[in-house]
Design a protein. Structure first.
Length: 139
């Protein structure tokens, strides 16, 4: 696919990398719910950047739906990317809102393993987006 707006692509790609770095810092600090949410956000930004770079609309917050939009536009998704997107979509609302759970706070429901998985999934999505865009490898 041909890019129409490389500046927009780069802007979103930079923000995705910045947000993933923030997720990693939260992970190391033990802020697992925030690390998981930021991982979801970073993957969302990466796919939105790819869509916008191709001159396509990029709306919503579902990483899975954004990946499906890319596929409908003719992009080839690697095996397993949809599953990684589903993993990330689970971290869009629950890490941020206490009423996502019957009691307690989101911090009680997140652990290192969950956050590690989210950060890893985000890295895979971002790597795919960077490769599809012809950008250098993700950090």
């Amino acid at each position: 696919m041909q890019f129409f707006d490389r500046e927009e692509l780069a802007r979103w790609s930079e923000w995705a990398a910045y947000t993933l770095a923030s997720a990693r810092r939260d992970l190391e600090a033990g802020d697992y719910s925030w690390a998981s949410f930021k991982a979801q956000q970073s993957a969302e930004y990466a796919l939105k950047g790819l869509l916008r770079g191709w001159g396509l609309p990029a709306t919503g917050h579902s990483v899975l739906r954004l990946a499906e939009q890319l596929e409908q536009a003719g992009a080839t998704l690697p095996a397993g990317l949809a599953n990684r997107a589903r993993t990330l979509d689970r971290h869009y609302i629950p890490p941020r809102y206490p009423d996502a759970y019957a009691s307690g706070t989101p911090a009680e429901f997140y652990d290192r393993r969950t956050a590690d998985d989210a950060v890893s999934a985000a890295q895979e999505v971002i790597q795919y987006a960077r490769e599809a865009a012809g950008l250098a490898e993700a950090d």
